[in-house]
Design a binder for this molecule. Sequence first.
Ligand code: FAD
Ligand code: NAP
Length: 621
Amino acid sequence: MHWLDTIGVDIAMDFRANPATLANAIPRAIEENGSTMIADTTAITARRERAAEVGTVFDAVVVGAGFAGMYMLHRLRGLGFSARVFEAGSGVGGTWYWNRYPGARCDVESMQYSFSFSEKLDQEWNWSEKYAPQPEILSYANHVADRFDLRRHIVFDTRVIAATFDEAAKGWLIETDRGDKVAAKFCIMAVGCLSAPNRPNFRGLDDFRGPIYHTGEWPHQGVDFTGLRVGVVGTGSSAIQSIPIIAQQASALTVFQRTATWSVPAWNEKLTPEYLQAAKADYPALRAKARARPTGFYFPFNTKPALEANPDDREQQYEEAWARGGLPFLGTYGDLLFEKAANDTIADFARRKIRGIVKDPVTADLLCPDNVFGCKRLCVDTGYFETYNLPHVKLVDISRTPIERFTADGIEVDGVKYRLDAVVCATGFAAMTGSFDKITITGRAGLTLSEKWRAGPRAYLGIASAGFPNLFMITGPGSPSVLASMIQAIEQHVDWLADCMGHMRDIGAASIEPLAEDEDAWVEHVNEVSKVSLRSTCSSWYVGSNMPGRPRVFMPYIGGFPIYVQKCNEVMTGGFSGFVLEGAPVGNAAPEVRYTERWRVPLDIDVISPAAVAARRVPVV
Ligand code: FAD
Ligand code: NAP
């Protein structure tokens, strides 16, 4: 089967009649390495001709219509700002628009992995499962877009390719791949931390006759693997969610594993009307508790050290936490990500669990990670390890001998040929900075952001970067972002930015930009704090080392969400201290706080004081 046959008859025929159609339609698929990756087919059908928009001036342009771009738009409209959102996909939802692979779902409980800015929205939406599947999260994003009337400000199927600061106008010129050229005072990057797929350029990719999919750009009509010999490359979160489902369809499944993954059972379940009713009765309290937590979501955790626990009690605690499942497993003790000896206790427990599930001892050994437990992003699975007990599922270790090449009918490793009809690359993302890199962002004096970030990203609070006035980033590098429940992290940034932009209008400021010394101090602090955590010790996408050629820098802020929020609040109360406001007669005056009030939560200092961070006793997830 040719890969064209998998993307829908109309489109494939259209392409055969006019190859240029598809080449134009799927820049995500072919622009980077010329490989035959399948792209999103809705984008292909929906990418119709339209006149380019030239010369329009907006208060703000937002890049991306995931949860970040949507909420930013909502706040901008609430403040009466004119705004245009450009989105590369054909619909809203970002992550949940692109990642339609089988088994995709959230791993922060849905009651918390959702917007918290509207009590009415919280009350009217009903999640069906503890961890909602991708289609339901996408429906939720669409519901939010309709309910808050966002769509008419969003232009879909349009990728921003350049943003250039105009010194004279103190604003940004934004260009898209559809020929749009618009101007805006503010340019807000809501491009996502995990939105630029990592498509390794394996040798011989173009020789392979079957389809190759990336989990992050899954065809909209789904893929039927029935009766096929399927290969999956990668064993991160996307792989561990999709492998059990692909195994149910495929006649043979071969998983190519470079690094074994730590995973905890999800124990996903349907949410009953009674549960929903009870949870909603106390929803504001749950949201408030979540905001005070290092992870931005609430779960009971234990701050006591594992190393001080009696071994029998510790075993009992791990058993109980395993039985509850999910990311909170890492909260069993407070020192697990700080002390290697403590981490060894949980790693040892989890390895015994894997060996207890996987019957073949050789496969079980291969599946047991030898790195720090939770060092890479912890995975949450449903039946992942059990899948390797199926007779048609095989694990291939590529940790010492990498994939040699793709051939016409499979993958070759260490001289062994694995015959395959289809391949799934669950190979992750150029995390945190990948989507920035794809846009030519030019600030003062012709400096591009890519040049400035060559040795690693530099941003004050992960919100803005010196030399790039009025350019903001939502959950940018140097903010808790991916180490927090991301929708909370997004909302906190957006509320802060809305108050910042509202304040600038109030005082007539032309531009805002971080001071280089404050940015340097923050970047240094982010780096210093990361060293207290064992998380900085392995090769993960947190440090950019999942892909070759990227600088090794711990990118998210690991000091905990509330401590970070407190810093943001202080900066705001100080009239945006650490920033230069140009053209404002009152300088750094305290702003009117419109939206950030709900983030002014008292720190739960028993568990997350700065002293606790210094003493390495802050549980992080
Ligand atoms: P995204 O959702 O990535 O949206 C960014 C949007 O910007 C995309 O639609 C993209 O097309 C668009 N874009 C990028 N560049 C351009 C450009 N140049 N021009 C135009 N448009 C552009 N987080 C959690 O907290 N809990 C979870 O359970 C969880 N599960 C996840 C599961 C998967 C499979 C993945 C990949 C991530 C998951 N995450 C989770 C992280 C998730 O990315 C965030 O929770 C959240 O959805 C990010 O929203 P966002 O709007 O910031 O970015
Ligand atoms: P990932 O965690 O980065 O995993 C990518 C996998 O591909 C890893 O096993 C990696 O191996 C492997 N890989 C990458 N390049 C390779 C190469 N050249 N050759 C062989 N193997 C290669 O990516 P992901 O699974 O898409 O997840 C990314 C993040 O998205 C997650 O950490 C999580 O934050 C989020 N996510 C969440 C969920 C959820 O449960 N809600 C689901 C999916 C994603 P190495 O480990 O050796 O690099």
